[in-house]
Design a protein around this ligand. Structure first.
Ligand SMILES: [Zn+2]
Length: 197
């Protein structure tokens, strides 16, 4: 019985690794989350053919992304990341309260599969994003830890946003930030004219 369980678990690891290959995940991501050996993952690549993921995207090489700043490099990306985080939260992939040892929780086969489900749902709505499956693992792990990034709401319009925990409280979405900047500039302009006619 135990042998049977081990066998089915190994099959599950293979199925999960194949799923990650289809999403163009980096090799290191597949190794870390599937628990398979390098040899077995390479065998899967060979069996599946080279670069068998999404034909529109080549499988990226090298180290998986590790900088959360990636998500704030554009307003579009931050919005898309917030949606991904929201889906992961709804599916309970991210716990309601941060976990102290997020990496241990995150590196299970079950958690990996759940991140994959959240990513697939999100990807169905936002297929052309720059956020890859590798980024999804980075984001969900960080959100589960909750010490650098968390989900929150815009101070003004209450939209779901990705909150940088290292920045001051009361953050706003990009749209409200832009409105605020314009409003502030409009009020500064007459002042400037007074000093420089
Ligand atoms: Zn807003």
């Amino acid at each position: 019985m135990q042998t049977e369980n081990r066998y089915s678990r190994q099959l599950r690891r293979y199925a999960f690794a194949l799923r990650l290959i289809q999403h163009n995940a980096r090799t290191q991501t597949i190794l870390a989350w599937s628990g398979l050996s390098t040899y077995r993952v390479r065998t899967l690549y060979r069996a599946d053919g080279p670069d068998q993921g999404d034909p529109g995207r080549r499988r990226p090489r090298g180290r998986p992304p590790y900088q959360l700043q990636f998500f704030w490099r554009s307003a579009k990306r931050a919005d898309e990341a917030a949606v991904l985080g929201g889906i992961a939260r709804l599916l309970n992939v991210i716990p309601e309260h941060p976990v102290q040892k997020g990496s241990e929780v995150a590196r299970s086969l079950q958690q990996g599969e759940r991140v994959c489900v959240a990513y697939e749902l999100w990807h169905a709505f936002i297929p052309d994003s720059e956020i890859s499956i590798d980024h999804a693992f980075l984001l969900v792990t960080a959100l589960a830890r909750g010490d650098e990034v968390r989900l929150g709401h815009c101070l003004d319009c209450k939209a779901l946003i990705l909150v940088d925990c290292l920045r001051p409280a009361g953050q706003m979405c990009e749209s409200c930030e832009t409105c605020k900047r314009r409003h502030s500039l409009a009020h500064k302009a007459p002042e400037a004219k007074k000093h420089y006619p």
